[in-house]
Design a protein around this ligand. Structure first.
Ligand code: GLU
Length: 308
């Protein structure tokens, strides 16, 4: 029996949505809606220092303005530490966790950056510490999960095949920080798994997280979702857009454009429609297909830029 597709949008309410977030939300919504599926919204506010309820409310308002209406909002990550504790115990029972006392600067000094999210290959420094060695540190450790020497293969809707050997390309990774906060990789795997998410659509910068999440899915007994990592957006001159392009945050874009103009321009630049014209998300869903989206970076037209 075919399952109803369940997609999700998992923004971090730490600021106003940027053009790239809008594009990822749009494609996540289009993909499930073009298959009569459901979209789950979840606030990724696990880092309570950087996030706020006010930004979460603005995000919801922005999504409504765009016409990207979700079917359900699942509880925010900040309310779920007891749930994450249970999954952390599963890893503990499997004997896969170990405490790591390495400082950030120690980790940086022995390795070169490797993945797009800036994480370092962990050399296994604390994997086999004795109890005496552990006690000597006299501080709370972070907790890492041991990874297998195994290649994970992501068959991505946009980026094609992405391969990563968890041991040699990533290493044992942190699931709980020394201050007790669970990390994104654990929280996202639990939340997507419990919500029955079948399709994870998000920005390309998170492609290298997929193998870690696939590994945790196996340990927790969740099926792997389909992944679609949408390409990054470039300015008309080929420069990478960043949060520093303030005129591209949704607060400013909303003052200058209608939601249909914004969606039309994104859809045109991404190759989903053939002409740059205003279109609603709902109308666009009838024309969406993953075949139209390529993995290469998308060059924007200058329509969205304030000084034009
Ligand atoms: N919370 C992340 C962000 O806003 C997205 C995480 C995900 O989609 O897995 O960038």
């Amino acid at each position: 029996m075919d399952q109803t597709p369940v997609g999700r949008f998992a923004p971090t309410p730490s600021g106003r949505m940027h053009l790239g977030n809008v594009f990822a939300a749009l494609v996540a919504w289009l993909s499930v809606k073009s298959q009569n599926g459901q979209l789950v919204l979840r606030m990724e506010d696990i880092d309570t220092q950087r996030t706020s309820a006010e930004y979460a409310e603005i995000l919801r308002d922005d999504l409504r303005w765009l016409g990207l209406i979700w079917d359900e909002e699942t509880p925010a990550q900040s309310t779920r530490s007891a749930v994450y504790d249970r999954y952390f115990s599963i890893l503990e029972e499997k004997g896969l966790l170990f405490p790591c006392y390495c400082t950030r600067s120690q980790l940086h000094s022995v390795n070169a950056p490797h993945l797009s999210d800036g994480t370092y290959v962990y050399p296994g420094t604390c994997r086999n510490l004795t109890d005496t060695q552990k006690a000597a540190f006299q501080r709370a450790p972070a907790w890492r999960v041991q990874v297998p020497d195994r290649e994970y293969r992501v068959n991505d809707l946009c980026q094609g095949i992405y391969r990563e050997n968890l041991l040699t390309d990533c290493g044992d990774f942190v699931v709980r920080r020394a201050d007790g906060v669970y990390v994104y990789q654990l929280a996202v795997t639990v939340d997507d798994g419990e919500a029955g998410v079948t399709e994870v659509v998000r920005g390309q910068d998170l492609l290298s997280s997929a193998p870690r999440q696939m590994y945790l899915q196996e340990l927790f007994g969740f099926p792997h979702p389909q992944y679609g990592h949408v390409p990054m957006l470039l300015a008309p001159d080929g420069r990478r857009l960043s949060k520093r392009d303030r005129d591209l945050d949704l607060g400013y874009l909303r003052q200058r454009l209608s939601p249909e103009q914004l969606i039309g321009t994104l859809a045109y630049c991404a190759g989903i429609i053939d002409r740059e014209e205003a279109i609603s998300a709902r109308e666009l869903a009838t024309q969406f297909s993953w075949d139209k989206l390529k993995g290469d970076a998308i060059i924007m037209t200058d329509t969205l830029f304030a000084d034009k």
